[in-house]
Design a protein. Structure first.
Length: 86
């Protein structure tokens, strides 16, 4: 995807968001389902690449604080200057 964006000249105009749902334990630690206090349930990828120059100061940084996906939608709506529903 990134290579294709670069080939067509849109990489520097595209907000990229990569994430997933928290994982099913799938037998890890003899557990099934979405439960437990293990990395498979709580360490979820969230990678955002903001192409705007305003993001240069934080580009490449890692957030180590606890975060929640509930913040993703308002962040994206704000990025696109859309109203955040209350």
């Amino acid at each position: 995807l990134i290579d294709s964006l670069k080939q067509v000249g849109e990489y520097d105009n595209t907000l990229i968001v990569f994430t997933s749902d928290h994982g099913e334990m799938m037998g890890d630690h003899w557990l099934r389902g979405k439960l437990g206090f293990y990395d498979g349930a709580y360490r979820i990828p969230l990678i955002m690449r903001d192409p705007r120059p305003v993001a240069d100061g934080s580009r490449g940084s890692t957030v180590t604080a606890f975060t929640e996906h509930v913040d993703v939608a308002p962040t994206l709506l704000d990025y696109f200057a859309l109203c955040i529903p209350r």
